[in-house]
Design a binder for this molecule. Structure first.
Ligand code: CP
Length: 317
């Protein structure tokens, strides 16, 4: 595998899930594979889970790991070509990327959507520049439009907890005080559409996601109706994708929070969220602390998804 930015890069999902089982059963089986190899993790944005789980995955494979926080101690990077660099950014990403590539064997990149320019965000300018100019295999640790390591971990988790072959999985928008990218929701939808689940997306009017990601999912504007009979509730906030209001918060309707009354409508559903989560905005305390909450094992599976991806990249070096 030379790049991992979306579901198509992992190959057939049945095989990916088999690899995940292998890695989870024996996480140190390939501890010699990464000997004398270096993973460089580059963060343009903050992280807890992605940073720790990806580093742990690389360590399980015997790799050395370097972490660079672009906004803490590195030169600020200009990302656009043609700009007269007379501002506060002393280095251009087009020099920085091949230099970074010269120090490592594999690169992971986190670069969120700026939410200012939809075309720029959906063209995935930063991660695509790493793919083009680093000379190294590159994987996404959440880019502008997708978070594939998260979605892969989500899929692994649903497979572990499902009690029927074709569960009803509901992605529900939930309120949040800040404008967030669509990446997690897009990506989750992309992976669910590739799986054989009954997949429903529910959100207020105006929060429609790109049709490219919604795919064959059923869109249900009635939040309570969407919850009926659900086996998994996946909560996430996202900002507007619509051109005129791109990246904006349209409302903070607290009635969309996931609470125990709504969970009563489900088929004893498991509650999922990628974390970090704002309690009593996105989900009530009792739901996230309840027996049906699987957010911690979901986060733990981030090591597994990262290890599968890095292992495939190491094998292809
Ligand atoms: N879910 C997730 O990617 O968490 P972090 O932002 O903490 O890495």
């Amino acid at each position: 595998m030379k790049k991992f930015t979306c579901v198509n890069d992992i190959g057939p999902l049945d095989r990916a899930l088999e690899l995940a089982k292998e890695v989870k059963t024996n996480p140190f089986a390939d501890s010699a594979l990464g000997k004398d190899k270096t993973l460089l993790m580059i963060f343009f944005n903050s992280s807890l889970r992605t940073r720790l789980s990806t580093q742990k995955a690389a360590m399980n494979l015997g790799m050395n790991v370097i972490v660079l926080d672009i906004n803490q101690g590195a030169w600020k990077l200009e990302t656009e070509r043609g700009v007269i660099m007379d501002g506060d950014k002393p280095e251009h990403i087009l020099e920085a990327i091949p230099v970074m590539g010269s120090y490592c064997d594999i690169i992971g990149v986190r670069a969120f959507a700026g939410l200012q320019n939809k075309t720029e965000d959906y063209n995935e300018i930063v991660i695509n520049q790493f793919i083009e100019y680093s000379g190294r295999p590159v994987f996404s640790m959440e880019a502008a439009t997708r978070h594939p390591l998260q979605s892969f971990a989500d899929l692994i988790t649903i497979e572990e907890y499902k009690t029927k072959k074709r569960p009803k999985v509901v992605l529900t928008w939930a309120p949040h005080p800040k404008a967030l990218p669509q990446a997690v929701a897009n990506s989750f939808a992309e992976w669910m559409n590739r799986s054989d689940y009954e997949f429903v997306i529910t959100h207020p009017q105006g929060y429609e996601l790109s049709a490219d990601f919604v795919g064959n999912a059923k869109v249900e504007y009635d939040n309570l109706k969407a919850f009926e009979g659900a086996d998994f509730i996946y909560a996430k906030n996202w900002s507007s994708f619509i051109d005129a209001t791109y990246g904006q918060i349209l409302n903070i309707d607290r009635s969309w929070m996931v609470d125990s009354a709504k969970m009563q409508l489900t088929n004893n559903a498991k509650f999922m969220h990628c974390l970090p989560v704002r309690r009593n905005m996105i989900v009530s305390d009792d739901v996230i602390e309840g027996a049906g909450s699987i957010v911690v094992p979901q986060a733990a599976n981030r090591v597994v998804s990262a290890q599968v991806v890095i292992r495939e990249m190491l094998k292809a070096l």
